[in-house]
Design a protein around this ligand. Structure first.
Ligand code: HEC
Length: 244
């Protein structure tokens, strides 16, 4: 069902994740709730307490589709891999929902100086900062150089089909041949690219160099067929020198 949604969007020409465009709404509204509340208290503008409350209700309303789209992106682009930043984002997103919900209940009694409300709005603010920080890390990498667009134009049919397989399955974690999850294990210049059989065996059952289970999700033949894996290998090996 989720894949059908992305296929529909791709047909409209939109192939990007759907969480980032909407995520600014709840983030901005959580910041707004805190700012209005602080201004209300500092400048004794009682009516702005209500403004803060209304803004926080809007934040909660927008948080729900934002989280849903985030889960969709995670399933689609990260193959639901349980990676560290995602786990923390899940905890923070749950906290934001709980804080906003509690704030709405607590704020229904009209009391001007509510320390509780100030703490709730401030904690929600800290959580959204954390969510934004981790989200940017997932897209741009933590400590990895920004993804450089590959200068190599695909030449063969295999490479251009491989490029599409890469974009759909690998690019989210390996932009520019890097590795946003395990920066020390980039795709480019990996020993796993030495031969096609070894490469295909690796993506069917990925492991850390020491043989333990890592964070990369396995790609079975239903997700990436043998023919697609072969094209993917052609694309990755052709691009690898340009990713240096
Ligand atoms: C959810 C993130 C994620 C996705 C999607 C992903 N990988 Fe990985 N990849 C990793 C991580 C993390 C590692 C480090 C080893 C591990 O954790 O299993 C890795 C390691 C690798 C390595 C070995 C690097 C080395 O030298 O040890 C190769 C090759 C590789 N990935 C290729 C791919 C290809 C090809 C795809 C797409 C079919 C893909 N990866 C999709 C996260 C991902």
């Amino acid at each position: 069902m989720i894949d059908a949604l992305y296929q529909f969007l791709a047909r409209l020409g939109f192939k990007e994740p759907i969480h980032p465009p909407i995520t600014h709404m709840p983030i901005g509204l959580v910041v707004g709730a805190l700012v209005f509340f602080l201004v209300a208290i500092i400048f004794k503008k009682k009516n702005l307490i209500m403004t803060a409350r209304h803004v926080s209700i809007l934040a909660l309303l927008f948080a729900i589709p934002t989280i849903l789209f985030g889960v969709f992106d995670w399933v689609h682009f990260y193959h639901a891999a349980m990676i560290g930043p995602i786990k923390i984002k899940m905890i923070l997103a749950t906290l934001v929902l709980l804080l906003l919900g509690t704030g709405i209940i607590v704020g229904s009694e009209v009391k001007v100086h509510s320390v509780t409300l100030a703490v709730i709005y401030a904690l929600a603010f800290v959580c959204v900062i954390g969510l934004g920080y981790l989200g940017a890390g997932l897209i741009y990498g933590r400590g990895v150089e920004a993804p450089t667009p590959s200068s190599s134009q695909p030449v063969s049919a295999a490479e251009s089909s491989g490029k599409a397989v890469f974009a759909a399955n690998c690019r989210s974690c390996h932009p520019g041949g890097g590795n946003t999850i395990e920066p020390k294990l980039p795709l480019k210049a990996s020993k796993k690219l030495a031969d096609k059989a070894g490469f295909v065996a690796f993506i069917r059952s990925p492991k850390m160099p020491d043989g333990s289970a890592g964070a990369m999700p396995p790609f079975d033949a239903d997700t990436v067929s043998d023919a697609q894996a072969s094209d993917l290998f052609a694309f990755v090996t052709a691009s690898s020198p340009n990713w240096e």
